[in-house]
Design a protein around this ligand. Sequence first.
Ligand SMILES: O=P(O)(O)O[C@H]1O[C@H](CO)[C@@H](O)[C@H]1O
Ligand SMILES: Nc1nc2[nH]cnc2c(=O)[nH]1
Length: 333
Amino acid sequence: MTSNGTHTFNGNGVTKNGFHHNGKATNGEKNGCNENSTNEMSYSYEALQETADYLKNIIPLVPKVGIICGSGLGAYWHEGTLADALDQKTEVPYEVIPNFPPSTVKGHAGALVFGYLSDVPVVCMKGRFHYYEGYPLWKCAMPVRVMKLLGVTHLLATNAAGGLNPNYKVGDIMLVKDHINLMGFAGNNPLQGPNDERFGPRFPPMSQAYDRKLMNQAKKIANDLGLGGNIHEGVYTCLGGPNFETVAELRALKVLGADTVGMSTVHEVITARHCDLTVLAFSLITNECIVDYETQEMANHEEVLDVGKMRQVILQKFVGKIVDYISTSENQK
Ligand SMILES: O=P(O)(O)O[C@H]1O[C@H](CO)[C@@H](O)[C@H]1O
Ligand SMILES: Nc1nc2[nH]cnc2c(=O)[nH]1
């Protein structure tokens, strides 16, 4: 325990490299993953249950809300992030959690932080996994299934994104009302491979992926916080990255109907809806997409991080009130 009351686990007794095995690999199973005949892989239910059991043994709470802290909400090591603000927090670095991949993005924190936000038990992913890090989509999204096994009922996925909609300004928030799974257009989906019905159905619907009631409430909360002129509803799309888009690509995305573009979230939301989590997602607009050849401006990651830091205080209040609403509305059912 540190002087600020945070517990941090060093993973003593856990197999190094993030994979944990009982020394016995079952047929077709490697490091907790199922390998099928086409070489596609997925974590087995049992491997993820093992991950959840490890966490349950060291965490003194059952999280209700899972929060994915994107580049705009404290994925990086700096002071005053949302995860830092939790009460009674316990921090578990990804590298000590059985079956968790390590976070490879420079400066990315890479830890699950458990604690209370607005008196509600939550788990924050401080840093997420991206396709551009070299992970397949099912691996990027695996923490969502672990959250489900831990008892999470609601997922709040946040991201930093480029604003394609000309009405969006840097620092604005866009509630995601829908997404375009562009990587899915190319046949890449986190649910590919054998389906385990214990998580969800083979063919899950995605037309109601984002919870309308929560979105409406989030808009009210934004208004109450004085963010009425900075809140939008729109369509997010995810590309693989890591490069930012060309002008022609951005123009094409606009034609498709996207309002923001990023490199995350869609595969997490698909995985969350598959296992029946209620989802709210929002983008922090960290840069305006350049759709013109004459400007010298270029998207860059430093700008993304700077805007995240600039908006972190208000975003934390926003998220705190959303979490409070989730808990009180559930109790009133
Ligand atoms: O989606 P998050 O993780 O918030 O971060 C976004 O910002 C980074 C690019 O600056 C990319 O990782 C992109 O996905
Ligand atoms: N793909 C993509 N991801 C981002 N993340 C933050 N800004 C951007 C952007 O402009 N494009």
